[in-house]
Write a protein that binds this ligand. Structure first.
Ligand code: ZN
Length: 144
């Protein structure tokens, strides 16, 4: 399916897959959650340091398809320094992008635009949303 993506988008996704941002673990995360997409075999662990309602640090590790892993990498580039409520609206916006209700370009979230191409392939949408649904789980765990 990667062959059907626009080549620029494919390059961006592969760059994140091969050089993932914020990859690793944090020594003292406020929260650490696991996310799985059994349909594809994607698995991630997402860790956050949250202080005073602001995401101060983020790290992740995982395995799975290029889209799932690149999507988490893009997520981590976007959420550091954001408040929880800003991050929650990002989650809703990204879901909107995957449903085709929101234009990725309007969100000013950098490489998210490359991932928007995935919405042509419904089976891959869960891959692209794994990081975001896991982030949502992290907030639930924090009860915020
Ligand atoms: Zn996948």
């Amino acid at each position: 399916m990667m062959d059907n993506l626009d080549s620029l988008y494919r390059e961006v996704i592969l760059d994140h897959f091969q050089n993932p941002r914020h990859h690793g673990t944090l020594p003292q995360p406020t929260v650490s959650v696991d996310g799985k997409n059994p349909l594809c075999g994607d698995e991630i662990t997402l860790q956050l340091v949250v202080d005073n309602g602001v995401i101060k640090e983020v790290a992740w590790s995982g395995k799975g398809c290029a889209i799932s892993q690149a999507s988490v990498s893009v997520l981590t580039e976007n959420v550091v320094g954001k408040t929880i409520s800003e991050a929650k609206s990002m989650i809703e916006n990204v879901k909107g992008v995957m449903k085709g209700n929101v234009e990725a370009e309007s969100l000013n979230m950098g490489d998210l635009e490359a991932l928007a191409g995935v919405r042509q392939f419904p089976v891959r949408i869960k891959c692209a949303l794994l990081g975001w649904t896991t982030l949502d789980e992290a907030f639930k765990e924090l009860r915020i």
